[in-house]
Every structure is written in C-alpha cells, then in structure tokens.
Design a protein around this ligand. Structure first.
Ligand code: 5AD
Ligand code: SF4
Length: 345
C-alpha cells in the first residue's frame, strides 16, 4: 500500500472499505519504524476540577454530579514514586483546566519529580499561559499535550463554548518552538462529525508534524449535554483514524487510549496491533481514580481488576510485544536532533 493516500482513499478506509489491508499495513509501518517496544506513560490525574464547559466531557464545570478532588503535592509525589517503583519512565501530570495550582506549584512539582527520578515528565494541564509553559520547560518538563478535539471550527465552537481554536493551535506551535515534544489529537466520532471531517482531522494533525498523536472514541457521558449522542461505530472509527495516522506519521508516538477499553473488551489490545505503540495506565490513587470520570467507564477497569501498570504490561506481553523500560522520546525528535548535530558539526 502507498504511504501517501488520496483523500478519496482515506475516506474509503474511514468508512470501513478494507479494514484488513489498512490495519495490517499500519501494523507493518509501526513495526518497521518503531520496533516491538510499547512505551508506558504513567498518568497521575491530580485534579478533576475544570473551569471549562465542553459539552462532551464529564469534568465540565457545570457538572454538579461529580465529586471533585485535588491532590496535594505530597500525594502527587507519592503516586509518582509508586509508579516509578512499578517501572514507569514517563510521568504524565494531568488535570482539568484547574488554575488553583499556580505556575510555581507546578514548577516546584516538576523539579521535585526530576530530582527524585530519572523520568520524562509530560504536562496535560490544558490552556495555560506561554510564560508558564516556558517556565515549566526550564523546570524540566519534557512534553506537553494540547488536544484540538476536532479541527472542524463550527463543531469546535459549538461543543467547546467560549474556547478559541486558533489560540490552541498557536499554543501547540509555541510549545514546539521552545523545545517541548508536543502531542495533540481529536475525538473519533466527535458529535455531528462526518467522514469528511475525520479526514480533515487526519490531514490537519499530520501537517502539524507532532511527536505524539492521541485519538480515542467518543463515549457519551450521562451528566453532559451530549448524553444521548450515538456512540455506535466510534471504536472502529478510532482504530481506522489511528491506523491512517500511523501511515502518515511513521515515527509519532500514538497511544492506544483508555477510552478504547471502556468501549470494548480488548479495545487497547487491538489498537496496539493497528498502529498504536503507547499505553497510558492511570496511577492515580485508588480512592480518586473513579472520580476522574471524563466519560463512563474511565479508569474503572484498572480499579476493579488489577494494578494498572501490571495489567498494561500483561496486555503488551500477550501480544508478543515488549513493555519498554525507556522514556520513549520521539524517534522523530532524535532524528531531527541528529540531523541538527550533523549540520552544526
Ligand atoms: N469521550 C471520549 N473522550 C473524551 N474526552 C473528553 N470527553 C470525552 C468523551 N465523552 C477526552 C478529550 C479530552 C480528554 C480529557 O478526554 O480528548 O482532551
Ligand atoms: Fe475540561 Fe478538558 Fe473536559 Fe473540556 S475536555 S471540560 S477542558 S477536562
């Protein structure tokens, strides 16, 4: 199969025209470029407060049914320490858009994590100022995630009221420019989206030339305005989008998102055979984990069954793949840095 697909061909695959060819090719591209290792990113969801009102998300500020929590720095560090003992080499600090944590609070946390452990730190904190991200980079943060959720401006405006797409895009480019590895992504089956808009999402994300791309299926949350949206087909669509993204972005780190397991048994497992190369187990303390309820089922799998890091490793091994012990920096970045070094020599 060609590496460059026409728009017509992308839409053909998105509609399930030939899943077997698509998935097999994406898996081959992944193996050739990324090898057999799967990177583990341990996610500490340290606050479920959010000041935003996204119509699709359970953390939205107007949701009064959610019991909110905030972890103290000591609690966050304890979760990080445990994750490192269990083999994590990347820590993702994730929260809703919660401005109760000041720049200094986050900066001090990053410094303390980097002083205690040889890990990469990823920030998934939402819309914060450029000077804050620049400061956190100096404190040692390595990566940042800024999801676009959809690249359809009309849908973005409708379902992310008061938010600005251009600003978010600008933030992505700013973070890249100052040295972060940057990730973005969309929701597969975003309400009122279409095959054409999913195709636009793929082309837009690929054009951004990102180190990380995250796409997971839309799951309606009962306590949001989109509680009755129809999620049928989103799981397959998510896998198709990830497969096409892998073909266009051979060196990107692409997670099999937890939302896949909330949709279907073995959802993440399948995605690891269809182009994805990262798992992001939640290491949030048990008492809070279920409260990070972005969509129904989020985190419930790992709470009810076994330790999330252990189960992630089991998933990887069951596929004959290798749970990586490395920080998993982007192969794209290392290639660029190498080229830069050669050019400067
Ligand atoms: N279904 C799937 N993913 C969702 N997210 C938010 N709400 C949903 C939902 N209902 C994802 C978004 C967001 C992250 C916090 O979770 O991509 O960036
Ligand atoms: Fe907040 Fe992000 Fe959920 Fe929007 S998607 S409500 S910004 S946590």
């Amino acid at each position: 199969m060609q590496t460059i697909l026409s728009r017509k061909k992308i839409e053909f695959f998105l509609e399930g025209g030939d899943d077997s060819t698509l998935f097999t090719h994406a898996n081959t591209v992944k193996r050739v470029n990324m090898g057999m290792e799967v990177y583990l990113r341990a996610v500490v969801e340290f606050s479920n407060f959010c000041c935003k009102k996204c119509h699709y998300c359970g953390l939205r500020a107007p949701n009064r049914c959610l019991e909110r929590y905030r972890l103290t720095p000591a609690e966050i560090l304890k979760a990080v320490d445990l994750a490192v003992v269990k083999g994590a080499a990347t820590i993702v600090l994730q929260s809703g858009d919660d401005y109760q944590y000041s720049s200094d609070d986050i900066g001090a946390l990053i410094k303390r994590i980097k002083a205690r452990h040889d890990v990469a730190v990823t920030l998934s904190l939402g819309d914060r100022e450029e000077y804050e991200y620049a400061y956190w980079f100096k404190c040692g943060a390595d990566r940042a995630l800024i999801k676009l959720e959809t690249t359809d401006l009309e849908l973005f405006r409708k379902f992310r009221p008061g938010e600005n797409f251009e600003e978010r895009l600008h933030r992505i480019n700013f973070l890249k420019a100052i040295g972060y590895e940057v990730g973005s992504g969309v929701i597969a089956g975003f309400p009122e989206s279409s095959t054409a808009s999913a195709c636009d999402d793929i082309l837009f994300l690929s054009e951004l030339d990102l180190e990380m791309i995250a796409v997971g299926p839309f799951i309606p949350h009962p306590d949001t305005p989109l509680s009755v949206a129809d999620p049928t087909g989103n799981l397959n669509l998510s896998d198709r989008i990830n497969s096409i993204l892998r073909i266009f972005n051979p060196f990107a780190n692409i997670p099999a998102t937890s939302a896949l397991d909330s949709c279907a048994f073995n959802g993440r497992k399948l995605a690891l055979l269809r182009g994805c190369n990262v798992l992001m187990p939640s290491v949030t303390p048990d008492i809070h984990r279920k409260r990070y309820s972005i969509y129904p089922g989020k985190n419930s799998v790992s709470v009810d069954k076994t330790d999330s890091m252990v189960s992630a490793r089991k998933v990887i091994l069951s596929l004959g793949l290798i749970p990586s012990k490395s920080k998993g920096f982007s192969k794209k970045t290392s290639l660029c840095q190498l080229r830069h070094r050669v050019e400067c020599a």
